[in-house]
Design a protein around this ligand. Structure first.
Ligand code: AMP
Length: 189
């Protein structure tokens, strides 16, 4: 294991959240999920939550400056020194660039970008299932799902082009059981 500063990357419905829970348990590092942070703020109807909701409910990205400020604040805590699992961040090239700056200031760097890939048809099936099980509103509406896939392709996927030249991207096939995918991830870390 060469370092524990890890980004979990992949389209919506790739299984990032499920794998994240298992990974943080294994690695004993903080789980930093921007989606969870937004959902928590929405539940409590904070100012940040109200703002975020107008984007998340349509499957759009919350503006970079808001998201980056929230992550910057979280990364200022001492517990990130030993490692972290970033789940759902960065999701745009400006976020990736800003992350690099923040980590530079902290004397840290990304060790692995675990890129879980799943085909679009499989994503649709998975999101429909998750909508039933978890009742996530942004999983239930086909138009919102399509929006999230489009946003992933146009804004998030280019992050891989940012990280690849650094030699930190680990490509993982996201098809299979939870344990099969988890085994593949463990092998590349
Ligand atoms: P997730 O649970 O990661 O799928 O995130 C749920 C929703 O939160 C996304 O569809 C976005 O609206 C918002 N969100 C989460 N992470 C980010 C991010 N890094 N940048 C912008 N919006 C985000």
């Amino acid at each position: 294991m060469s370092g524990k500063h890890i980004i979990l990357f992949g389209p919506p419905g790739a299984g990032k959240g499920t794998q994240a829970v298992k990974l943080v348990d294994l690695l004993q590092v903080p789980h930093i999920s921007t989606g969870d942070m937004f959902r928590e703020n929405i539940k409590n109807q904070t100012d940040l939550g109200k703002l975020a909701q107008s984007y998340t409910s349509n499957g759009k990205l919350v503006p970079d400056e808001v998201t980056i400020a929230m992550v910057r604040d979280r990364l200022s805590r001492d517990d990130v020194k030993k490692g972290f699992l970033l789940d759902g961040f960065p999701r745009s090239v400006p976020q990736a660039e800003e992350l690099e700056k923040i980590l530079g200031e902290l004397g840290l760097q990304i060790d692995h970008v675990v890129n879980i890939s799943v085909r679009d048809e499989d994503i649709r099936t998975r999101l429909a299932k998750r909508a039933e099980i978890e009742g996530r509103v942004d999983d239930a509406d086909p138009a919102v799902i399509q929006n999230r896939l489009d946003v992933y392709k146009s804004q998030s996927e280019p992050c891989l082009g940012y990280f690849r030249p650094k030699g930190v991207v680990r490509d993982i096939d996201g098809i299979g059981t939870i344990d099969e995918v988890f085994d593949r991830i463990q092998k590349v870390l």
